[in-house]
Design a protein around this ligand. Structure first.
Ligand code: QAP
Ligand code: CO
Length: 169
């Protein structure tokens, strides 16, 4: 298997939990980051957060260059949003909400602070798809899915369909 079978899908309760900060970037954390990148590329996806593999820790991977390339891998430990500016709408999906895509409102520009796997502080100020992906993945660490940012009508329809799909799986 390529690990995509490990992706937790709504309504898995781990997706609703607030993830814990990572204290040490030790071997298990580095291995988890590598596994997350592998699952993300295999899916394929452009972002993944640790809770999506059932680990309630503050770790995300992103690569918005994929599938054009795979040179843009970003791994962030304990990422935090420092600044948000403007508004943008984008049709989002999520590997934990498979098969659904809806327009979500986000900030247009972000400044994100975090630490890479070498323990080095990283600051990313960006807009466009990377800004959207960072907000989406950091939301996962707070137990928030993109469907939580839709109208309750749209959210309820998707939640009901997903529960039915899981039930019949
Ligand atoms: C989050 O999402 C994201 O339903 C990453 O059947 C989404 O990689 C950031 C995927 C939009 C920015 C903009 C979803 C693949 C992948 C599905 C993903 C599916 C197959 C979602
Ligand atoms: Co997601």
């Amino acid at each position: 298997m390529n690990g995509t079978d490990k992706i937790r899908v709504y309504p898995d309760p781990v997706l609703k939990k607030v993830a814990l900060p990572i204290e040490d970037i030790d071997d298990p954390v580095v291995n988890l980051a590598r596994e997350m990148a592998g699952v993300m590329y295999a899916a394929p996806g452009i972002g993944l957060a640790a809770p999506q593999l059932g680990v309630s820790q503050r770790l995300i991977v992103l690569d918005v260059t994929y599938p054009q390339g795979n040179s843009g891998l970003i791994t962030l430990v304990n990422p935090e949003i420092v600044e948000l500016d403007g508004h943008v709408e984008y049709e989002e999906g999520c590997l934990s909400v498979p098969g659904f895509n809806e327009i979500v409102q986000r900030a247009q520009r972000v400044l994100v602070r975090g630490v890479d796997l070498d323990g080095k502080e990283r600051r990313i100020e960006t807009n466009g798809l990377l800004a959207i992906a960072l907000q989406h993945e950091i939301d996962h660490l707070e137990g928030i899915l993109f469907i939580d940012r839709l109208s309750s009508l749209k959210r309820n329809i998707i939640q009901r369909k997903l529960r039915k799909m899981i039930h019949h799986a």
